[in-house]
Design a protein. Structure first.
Length: 376
């Protein structure tokens, strides 16, 4: 496949391009977050700049204006404590380049997910090994204050190897901003926390079980359909997706359907990764680590049920995450073990994926996010 190109630091991003940020599991801190230009016509990625994102910057969140980027450092030891870290960056509005503002302890080991509160004044972090959720106020200058709230989860599941304790893996905000949902792989539950409507923060440490998965399935990520009536929960340990009806008043879910992410008859080991829905709500995709594929589905927007399209090879090994690039019908996959980012085209009519023939090499990619270029 064609190799990536590298532009000089002062090279402008073309009008037909998007900016793509890639987080990695790189221990090479000066080169752990990468910025690319994506040609929206061809799918070609061009490397623009590398940044010091600390060790293992494996998940991101941007503020609404894309002035700041917040990332977790997925570690189990930070400054001699059983914790990872979370860091803040300023985003240059002309180039998209990053400048670190500050870093602080995540207050729990192996932070794997970060999201912003509905008013974007707090960062919410899921500490996978720590079994906790940490809340960090965002200061006026974009920096992260120290954690003001740490919510410890308890519980376990039937899989003794993976579910000996609580493992929060995802934090999702409800469409109306009233609830925070925490997907806990270790206890097979989705927990909900109410938001204080005045302060727009988690109102208490008391959670409600919004949905209980089948024991041993290991829920990993929750995504809402754009219309807010349905949501989709991917399960890492059993390679399934549960379609859910969302009950707005109570902040709970009921099961509509369960579908497999693997072809019928596949019996080898697999762990599900990411799940994404197109902005028009028509198609859903999920990644399979082991089968090394993306499962595709058509969404029945009247019932919320999924219609299986098939599996497309991811172009590499261990597709941990992927992103759907809005405005281009394009999908980019981070193949962690093979060290590649691969470009795919989404057929607007059928939802089927086609590899565009472009692949860039990058050490252990973990997360991808695309943005429109900043105005010059």
């Amino acid at each position: 496949m064609p190799e990536q190109h590298v532009k000089g630091n002062d090279s402008p991003v073309g009008r037909s391009s998007l900016l793509v940020y890639a987080g990695t599991y790189s221990a090479d801190q000066p080169n752990s977050i990468f910025l690319y230009s994506l040609n929206m016509s061809s799918g070609e990625l061009t490397l623009l700049k590398k940044f010091n994102g600390g060790e293992n910057p494996s998940y991101f969140a941007f503020d609404a204006q894309h002035r700041f980027l917040y990332a977790v450092n997925e570690l189990d030891n930070y400054q001699g404590c059983e914790s990872g870290a979370v860091c803040a960056f300023a985003v240059d509005q002309k180039t998209g380049f990053l400048s670190m503002l500050n870093r602080t302890s995540s207050q729990g080991a192996l932070p794997v997910y970060i999201a912003l509160s509905p008013n974007r004044k707090s960062a919410l972090v899921a500490n996978y090994d720590g079994g906790s959720i940490s809340v960090f106020p965002i200061l006026e200058d974009g920096k992260l204050d120290k954690a003001t709230k740490i919510i410890q989860h308890r519980g376990n599941g039937s899989n003794k190897e993976r579910q000996a304790s609580s493992h929060p893996h995802c934090i999702t905000v409800s469409p109306d901003g009233r609830f925070i949902f925490v997907v806990d792989l270790g206890s097979d539950c989705v927990f909900s926390y109410e938001m204080n409507p005045e302060e727009n923060e988690i109102s208490s440490d008391s959670s409600t079980v919004a949905f209980r998965s089948t024991p041993g399935t290991g829920p990993r990520q929750l995504r809402f359909h754009p219309d807010g009536h349905f949501a989709y929960l991917i399960h890492e340990l059993e390679s399934i997706i549960t379609a859910l009806a969302y009950h707005r008043a109570s902040g709970t879910f009921t099961e509509i359907q369960v579908v497999a992410t693997l072809p019928e008859g596949y019996r080898q080991k697999n762990k599900c990764g990411g799940i994404r829905i197109t902005s028009d709500g028509r198609f859903l995709y999920a990644s399979n680590r082991g089968h090394n594929s993306l499962a595709g589905y058509v969404i029945d927007e009247s019932t919320g049920k999924l219609i299986y399209l098939g599996n497309t090879l991811s172009g590499g090994e261990w597709p941990r995450e992927f992103t759907i690039v809005e405005g281009s019908s394009m999908l980019l996959v981070a193949n962690q073990h093979s060290g590649t980012i691969d470009s795919f085209k989404i057929d607007k009519a059928s939802g089927k994926l086609t590899h565009l023939g472009y692949q860039v090499k990058i050490e252990k990619p973990a997360y991808l996010q695309a943005l429109q270029p900043f105005k010059q």
